[in-house]
Each structure stands twice: as structure tokens, then as C-alpha cells.
Design a protein around this ligand. Structure first.
Ligand code: COA
Length: 167
């Protein structure tokens, strides 16, 4: 079989190995930008939290690279509410370095935003480092057809962002 394509789909409990492999494929810089620490591997408990999600309070989607019959982890996005009553969800996203700049981040953002609106989430928010130009570009593109982003420098080298999902 000689074909290659990307699939965007909700994360599954069976994605635990793929999530662990994906972490190993990331550069130290991407790991720092995503987790703000030097994360080496996920514990069993973390893998359970990351893959066994309800897609209501914890939304998560993956990008998978299908290549010649193999499936390679290409990226993950998640949007997490702190409680049932919240309408705001915190975003975490990472694309494996060799797949960055190909539009996968944008696709994952749109996919999780559509699901978020369907389950009553009104805003996405999060933090990223001021040096993270790729995240700046991604957020600007995402906000272009929506309301302007709220951006605040938090004073510790990070930017807090908030995006309204629907006008
Ligand atoms: C930030 C990140 C998620 C972006 O994902 P990506 O798949 O590389 O981004 P995309 O390819 O979808 O690009 C989104 C838009 O930004 C633009 N863009 C991306 N990188 C750019 C760059 N360096 N310069 C100019 N524009 C850029 C793209 O052109 C694209 O616009 P388009 O859709 O009109 O072409 C990815 O780089 C990443 O995983 N970084 C490490 C982890 C991280 O920083 N996470 C964020 C904090 S949680």
C-alpha cells in the first residue's frame, strides 16, 4: 500500500501508545512551548486522563499521518473546562515538528471549535510564550473570521489569550 494522508478525528482510549510516541517525536522546544517544562513521558494516569475524555468538558482531537499502511502521531489539541458550569475552555495544542506549518494546527483548531460550540463552550483561552510566533500566527488566523482576540502580557514572558468562538 503506497498512500499518504492526514486524518483528523476525536481522540480514543486506544491512542495511549500513539500519544506516548508523539511526545518522543517532539523537539525539546515544542515540548517546552506546549508543557512549559521538560516533559519526557506520560504516566499511566496521565495517559488515561489524556485519552479517556468525554468530549463535553474535555474535548480532544488528534491528527494522524497515514503512511503506507502505518499510522504516525502528527498532533493533538484539547480544550478543557474547569467545571460543568464553565463556558470557557483552556486550549492546549501541539503538532509534531516535522508536520508543523502544513495547516494541521489550523485544522485541529477549527475541528475542536466546532465541537466546542456544539456543547455550549463560548470561549477558548490559554497562555503561550511571547517568543512563540507560530502560536501567534495560528491564533491570528483563527480569530480572523471571528471576534478580535483578547491578548494580555502576563509580565512573566507569557501572553494570555482569549478567543470568542461565535459572534
Ligand atoms: C503553534 C502550532 C500548534 C502551530 O501549528 P501548525 O500546524 O504549525 O500551524 P499551521 O500550519 O496550521 O499554521 C497556521 C497559520 O499560521 C501561519 N504560520 C504558521 N507558522 C508561521 C510562521 N512561522 N510564519 C508565518 N506564518 C506562519 C500559517 O501560514 C497558517 O496560516 P494559513 O492557514 O493561512 O496558511 C505548532 O507550531 C506547535 O505545535 N508548536 C509547539 C507547541 C506550541 O507552541 N503550542 C502552543 C501552546 S499550547
Amino acid at each position: 500500500m503506497n498512500e499518504t494522508y492526514f486524518e483528523i478525528r476525536p481522540i480514543l482510549p486506544t491512542d495511549k501508545i500513539q500519544i506516548q510516541v508523539g511526545l518522543k517525536m517532539l523537539s525539546p522546544e515544542s515540548i517546552r512551548q506546549r508543557f512549559f517544562t521538560n516533559k519526557k513521558e506520560f504516566s499511566e494516569k496521565e495517559l488515561q486522563f489524556l485519552t479517556e475524555v468525554d468530549q463535553v468538558n474535555h474535548l480532544a482531537y488528534v491528527a494522524v499521518h497515514h503512511k503506507n499502511g502505518n499510522q504516525l502521531p502528527a498532533g493533538v489539541i484539547r480544550a478543557i473546562k474547569r467545571s460543568d458550569l464553565e463556558t470557557h475552555a483552556e486550549i492546549g495544542i501541539v503538532i509534531v515538528d516535522c508536520y508543523q506549518g502544513m495547516g494541521l494546527g489550523r485544522k485541529l483548531f477549527e475541528e475542536v471549535a466546532a465541537r466546542a460550540v456544539a456543547v455550549g463552550i463560548t470561549h477558548f483561552y490559554g497562555d503561550y510564550h511571547t517568543s512563540n510566533l507560530k502560536m501567534t500566527h495560528l491564533l491570528n488566523k483563527f480569530a480572523k473570521t471571528r471576534s478580535p482576540l483578547i491578548l494580555k502580557h502576563t509580565g512573566d514572558g507569557f501572553i494570555y489569550f482569549e478567543a470568542l468562538l461565535k459572534n
